[in-house]
Design a protein around this ligand. Structure first.
Ligand code: ADP
Length: 302
């Protein structure tokens, strides 16, 4: 197969590992810089051009779209989908996963465990919003933050009120969430491929920190997840429409609650914590599910 990796940087660990795994399994792989793809929309023959030429047909695309280029990256991915190319995660699922509130609303519809979460527009509604999530301590989150940036723990109702007011004043979209104290700064990353959790790790926040992100100094270790955690992670990825996902869970007093579902989960942390070759598992999944590339461009209808 000929596989494209939509990625801005061929030197990133995950990108390198996926290329290595594809080649190791006898395929060819090309790293395609997302922002250098441009496309012809008006034509009956949807196409993508790349650095001056029409891009060659691929059997599969692995999107690794950074959150700062979600809009353009998803447009490029959609164009590949229109051309009939198999994509491991589609543009709609990635767009959903980039909006924390939209994701939680979808997950709640499926009855999955979530921290109580509130969302409001008017500063007049802040006191009731705080009550809704059971008061301080509570967590305030920017809807589009990543890597723990924009996630704030407010210890008192007064602090919560001022921080929420400040964010609202800046027109930032935020949600307010019940603080899962009993998780004690640990979360569980479940790596889902297809309908399986292929690896999981525990991430523990650094001393004095409640955010367990590795980018915030968290440390990773092996963990055995419970059947309930396993099925929650699989159902969460499915609800989002993602074939490859990093589902983050917290262990709460009332079972696993979902923090977020990541559509471009990094491979470095999970591969080094578990010693598993996750990149090859992704390629294997593509081998089993991708259709061969269309050799001829689709004919216009009518
Ligand atoms: P990001 O997408 O920026 O990683 P998250 O919503 O995943 O943001 O939050 C980052 C980390 O902060 C989580 O992995 C978790 O350790 C901690 N955290 C977030 N929300 C809560 C909460 N409601 N209760 C306890 N800890 C939380």
């Amino acid at each position: 197969m000929h596989i494209a990796l939509l990625s801005r940087n061929r030197n990133l660990y995950s990108t390198r590992r996926l290329v290595e795994a594809a080649e190791g399994r006898g395929h060819t792989a090309r790293v395609v810089d997302t922002l250098r793809c441009y496309m012809s929309i008006a034509s009956h023959h949807p196409s993508i051009h790349y650095k001056g030429e029409e891009i060659e047909p691929f059997d599969a695309v692995i999107p690794r779209i950074g959150s700062s280029v979600t809009f353009y990256g998803c447009a490029v991915l959609r164009q590949f989908e229109m051309m009939g190319t198999y994509v491991i995660n589609d543009n709609v699922s990635i767009t959903r996963s980039r909006d924390k509130l939209r994701s939680l609303q979808l997950l709640s519809r499926k009855g999955l465990g979530l921290p109580i979460t509130g969302f409001a527009h008017s500063p007049d509604d802040i006191p009731d919003l705080i009550t809704m999530v059971k008061g301080a301590p509570l967590v305030i989150k920017l809807l589009e933050g990543t890597q723990g940036i924009g996630v704030v723990l407010a210890e008192t109702n007064q602090a919560a009120e001022s921080v929420i007011q400040a964010f609202m004043g800046m027109k930032a979209n935020i949600m307010v969430q019940e603080y899962i104290k009993e998780a004690r700064g640990a979360d569980i990353r479940c790596f889902v491929i297809g309908d399986k959790v292929v690896a999981s790790m525990k991430r523990q926040a650094a001393d004095g920190e409640f955010r367990s992100n590795l980018h915030r100094g968290g440390t990773a270790s092996l963990i055995r997840i419970t059947p309930e955690e396993r099925s929650t992670a699989i159902r969460a990825a499915k609800a989002m429409g993602l074939r490859v996902a990093g589902v983050d869970l917290l262990r709460s007093n009332h079972g696993p609650v979902i923090m977020e579902v990541n559509s471009s989960p990094g491979l470095q942390g999970i591969e080094s914590a578990t010693g598993k070759d996750i990149a090859s598992m992704i390629i294997e999944h593509i081998e089993k599910n991708a259709m061969p590339a269309r050799k001829a461009p689709p004919k216009p209808k009518g």
